[in-house]
Design a binder for this molecule. Structure first.
Ligand SMILES: [Zn+2]
Length: 503
């Protein structure tokens, strides 16, 4: 979460229109024989839809990554691909999002988004162009996406809406449970394309790569890299890798192998010729020094602990909970339908027990049926003024107790909402978690350093193992080095080659 997110969270609570993510749940399938239908022009309503949603989407996904060199780099690739698409004369807007997730998406109106996490994983310009081409393909083919029915979790979505939760920004190491919660948080904003639409976008993406002079195999290579990265994230978090639970391409019908076969077929038919350029040096030069992983500006999740050096606080969720940090809230999911949601907003002043009774509870009551607020009390949490109470709430799948804790610090009210089925003992664990909220010391704040991508040249004595030891990552450094540099298990970098490190 970030400060801007906190302040805007209430404003953003009401829908941002349809955002379409590449998140189909399709299984197998190849390229269809038919050429995708594309349009040389856009309708006024398509353009208007994109124009009115762009700013909201940027805010929901962590804001723009503000680095002119990187924005220019992505812009240049985007223009090169758009110029040979079916809509060279329409308006295109390319945005780099300040998110460690590996993700990309497009909305109608020619708005294309890629995350800095995706830029860090790409090995070269052609791989990035492949992703951008896929997204441009969704726009030129006029894909609109469908909103999924999320009725099974709609009850929780309501309550999240009530507390002003707005964004999803699912961490790459996200678990199934947390992902589900993230999707709930998006409630109806994130829609999915059909499997057929995804296949068409792949088809168009490969066509654009070839026409723009890039190596068309780059898209297949990047699909492999994303799968390897997701598998390593799962391993680092002690989970089994499930491709259907990963952000972008992993839940996407394409795989590297299938994409390669499609290119081979196209080549055999004379539809694609030449090998094209990769642009590895340009890519590495562009991302040298770019932020990597979670940012101290947005707060750091480590197991069940959350630390926010910029805003100066920390807390610990109950053990076993899975944390997801979004621009406006931290979501923690436990077992047995228990959830803890942390957010914050401007302090309106006045007593905190009155804040809970007269502002917060009515906010929730506007969204869902509530019972009598009970056990309302003022207290002090690690020297900070606080208040708490318990509110029965009716969600679609039953009656819950909501523990409401408000803490005052530095002109902000921080809030914990603990949700557990009525009578569950989990509310006690969540009260303990809220009691762990504390101010970080100056030393603790400055000890949390931002990590960056650094580009180095492989020396004659270097190996994946020696370079891996120089990586500033929390787990599996040698494996992370290989994944980040497109090396297979056991493969060694070549002397003289330029590689990425995290430091
Ligand atoms: Zn897609």
């Amino acid at each position: 979460m970030n400060l801007a997110g906190l302040l805007r969270s209430v404003v953003l609570a009401l829908g941002a229109g349809a955002l379409v993510a590449c998140q189909t749940t399709g299984g197998s399938g190849g390229f269809s024989g038919a050429e995708p239908q594309t349009s040389p022009v856009r309708s006024v309503s398509e353009q208007r839809q994109g124009d009115s949603n762009h700013a909201k989407i940027v805010a929901r996904f962590g804001g723009e990554y503000r680095d002119a060199r990187i924005q220019d780099y992505v812009e240049r690739i985007g223009r090169r691909v758009a110029a040979i698409s079916e809509q060279p004369n329409e308006r295109w807007t390319f945005t780099v999002l300040d998110s460690p997730d590996i993700n990309a998406f497009a909305i109608p109106g020619g708005y294309v988004y890629v995350t800095r996490g995706l830029l860090a994983l790409a090995e070269n310009e052609a791989q990035l162009a492949g992703v951008i081409g896929h997204e441009i393909g969704h726009v030129t083919a006029g894909h609109s996406g469908q909103r999924e029915d999320r009725s099974t979790v709609a009850g929780l979505g309501l309550l999240l809406g009530a507390i002003g939760l707005s964004a999803i920004g699912v961490d790459p190491s996200v678990t199934r449970g947390a992902l589900e919660l993230g999707q709930v948080a998006a409630g109806g904003i994130v829609a999915s394309y059909s499997r057929q639409d995804e296949l068409e976008a792949d088809h168009l993406g490969i066509r654009y790569l070839a026409r723009a002079g890039y190596d068309p195999y780059a898209q297949a290579e990047f699909l492999d890299n994303m799968a390897a990265s997701a598998a390593l994230d799962a391993r680092a978090a002690g989970r089994r890798y499930d491709p259907n639970q990963v952000d972008f391409f992993a839940s996407h019908p394409a795989t590297g192998q299938r994409t390669r076969q499609a290119i081979d077929t196209a080549r055999a038919q004379g539809a694609i010729s030449g090998t094209g350029e990769l642009g590895a040096d340009r890519h590495l030069a562009a991302i040298d020094g770019m932020a990597w992983g979670q940012s101290p500006e947005q707060g750091i999740v480590e197991g069940v602990s959350f630390r926010h050096p910029r805003l100066g606080f920390a807390f610990e969720a109950p053990s076993g909970y899975r944390l997801t940090n979004t621009p406006s809230a931290v979501l923690a999911q436990g077992s047995g339908n228990t959830r803890l949601i942390f957010d914050g907003g401007a302090d309106p002043g006045g007593a905190l027990d009155s804040y809970i009774a007269n502002r917060w509870v009515p906010e929730i009551a506007r969204q869902t049926r509530v019972g009598q607020l009970a056990r309302l009390e003022q207290l002090t949490i690690n020297g900070l003024p606080a208040a708490r109470g318990v509110l029965p709430v009716a969600l679609q799948n039953g009656t819950y107790d909501a523990l409401l804790v408000a803490i005052r610090m530095d002109g902000t009210i921080y809030r914990f909402t603990g949700l557990a089925p009525r009578g569950s003992r989990a509310l006690n664990d969540m009260a303990v978690a809220a009691n762990s909220f504390r101010r970080l010391s100056a030393a603790e704040r400055s000890a949390i350093k931002a990590r960056r991508v650094g580009i180095v040249t492989v020396g004659r004595a270097d190996t994946a193992e020696s370079l891996g030891q120089r990586m500033a990552v929390d787990a599996l450094p040698v494996e992370r080095f290989r994944v980040l540099n497109g090396l297979r298990p056991g493969e060694q970098p070549r002397p003289g080659e330029r590689v990425k490190l995290v430091r």
